[in-house]
Design a protein around this ligand. Structure first.
Ligand code: GLC
Length: 446
């Protein structure tokens, strides 16, 4: 009885969450997109050290600093004087994102270091006070709007440069922060995403007056989506439900399968030993093609998005090793995009074998590991009416379906080294295959 009641309660919660999701068109659009471009860029690209974290402060606040490439704050805060990215063309970045198969861009309007990449009236520490003197946020917003990409702004609540930050009751800084947010949310047309990146210290209610900021944002852009880092202090787990945002943000790692709340893995394209690599880091190396494709596939099969980050250099160019990887991903998506965009993760739980996505009556199996050229899956309720080798439609895939399992067979040489995609067409909706929204477990073969 108790168990039934619990099941009932869980189902109610789930249905509520699902119907809320249905009503939330912007969020559905975000989920359907599956793949976005994160861009970390400011005057730190002049030094080529990690954005904000490489600023070694004389008076440390909530800064721990990045051991890779310290720049004394006295020098760091003057890097902007040398920042003149003459080769920056917003249209080139937006085209790159599109060609990479990405559907949205999130750009660092202000990172923890406090430098503003737009024409802010509230500080001189901005792009307008460089030789370049162009409003980068505006140019990017305009190009995204033209190209039909969703546009998001990363805004760091922490600010290691602004003298009022965290001083006294923090009121002066809050005025500054809310003022900057007002500029960003009123001047550049529709802002689809506000990507918060957590507070440093203090409490949410008094010190940060979180409700005031939250209401301000919603008033200025009622349809805006927000990630889950608005109400983050030191602890990720103790966030008041009201400010949980629209999705979770596993960082530099893949998210677990999760289909009762959206999520987005944010990962840097460039790897560096210190875990950064968000901004331009000539000392880093670009993740391999296989890793990138598998990362994207793991996100989609786990029912999440991937926000893959590029770090443009000080001239305003995204280096060719990054662009060529992104373009390769775009080529892959051109062929196999139907198995990623607008899909949801499941009905099989992803794992070492690979994973699956679905859309209506279609299930796309993304197979990474075979066992003797076979994959054994748990039984499906629906009848499989057709099986296609989606990676290589000229070749067939053998399968058997009975009441205990579905078995897929494909000869070794016909398998794709990175991801063999097999399309199963069912007699009924794939969403009905879940057991109360719990995905079907694929038993690993030892
Ligand atoms: C971290 C870092 C930051 C980066 C962000 C992206 O919180 O502080 O440098 O922008 O993650 O997820």
């Amino acid at each position: 009885m108790k168990k039934n009641l619990l099941l009932f309660f869980v189902s109610i919660c789930f249905f509520q969450a699902m119907s809320q999701q249905k009503q939330n068109a912007p969020l559905n659009k975000f989920i359907d997109a599956r793949f976005g471009l994160f861009i970390h860029w400011d005057m730190s690209s002049v030094a080529g050290t990690e954005i904000s974290w490489s600023r070694k402060a004389t008076k440390p606040l909530d800064i721990t600093g990045d051991p890779a490439g310290y720049v004394e704050d006295t020098a760091y805060d003057h890097l902007y004087e040398k920042f003149n990215p003459q080769n920056f063309h917003a249209a080139t970045w937006v085209k790159l994102a599109k060609d990479a198969g990405m559907k949205y861009i999130v750009f660092t309007a202000k990172h923890h270091g406090g430098f503003a990449m737009w024409d802010t009236k509230l500080t001189d520490y901005s792009i307008m006070h460089t030789t370049f003197a162009r409003d980068v946020v505006k140019e990017l917003a305009d190009e995204c709007h033209k190209a039909g990409l969703m546009f998001g702004l990363y805004y760091s609540q922490r600010d290691w440069h602004q003298p009022d930050y965290g001083i006294g009751d923090n009121k002066k800084y809050l005025e500054y922060m809310n003022g900057q947010l007002t500029e960003l949310l009123t001047r550049y047309g529709k802002i689809d995403i506000l990507w918060w990146d957590s507070y440093g210290h203090g409490d949410l209610e008094q010190f940060w007056q979180i409700d005031e900021t939250y209401r301000l944002v919603k008033k200025l852009q009622p349809d805006i989506l927000m990630n889950n880092r608005m109400a983050v202090l030191a602890e990720y787990n103790k966030q008041p439900a009201a400010y949980l945002g629209d999705w979770d943000t596993p960082e530099q790692r893949l998210g677990e399968f999760q289909n009762n709340r959206p999520w987005e893995s944010c990962m840097s394209l460039v790897k560096v030993p210190d875990g950064g690599g968000w901004s331009y880091r000539p000392d880093g190396s670009v993740r391999g093609y296989e890793e990138c494709i598998r990362t994207l596939v793991s996100c989609a099969t786990g029912d999440g998005n991937l926000l893959l980050d590029a770090g443009p250099d000080a001239t305003g160019v995204i280096p060719t090793d990054q662009t060529s990887r992104l373009l390769e991903m775009g080529q892959w998506l051109k062929k196999y995009g139907a198995s990623i965009y607008q899909t949801r993760g499941g009905p099989f739980h992803n794992g070492e074998w690979g994973g699956s996505t679905f859309n209506g009556k279609k299930i796309y199996l993304h197979i990474a590991t075979w066992n003797n050229n076979e994959l054994v899956l748990p039984a499906l309720k629906s009848k499989i009416v057709r099986v296609t080798n989606f990676t290589d439609p000229a070749n067939t895939v053998a399968f058997t379906q009975n009441s205990t399992s579905v078995v897929i067979k494909l000869a070794g040489p016909k398998q794709d080294k990175i991801d063999t995609i097999v399309l199963l067409e069912l007699s009924d909706d794939a969403s009905k295959e879940f057991n109360s929204h719990v995905p079907l477990e694929v038993i690993p073969v030892k």
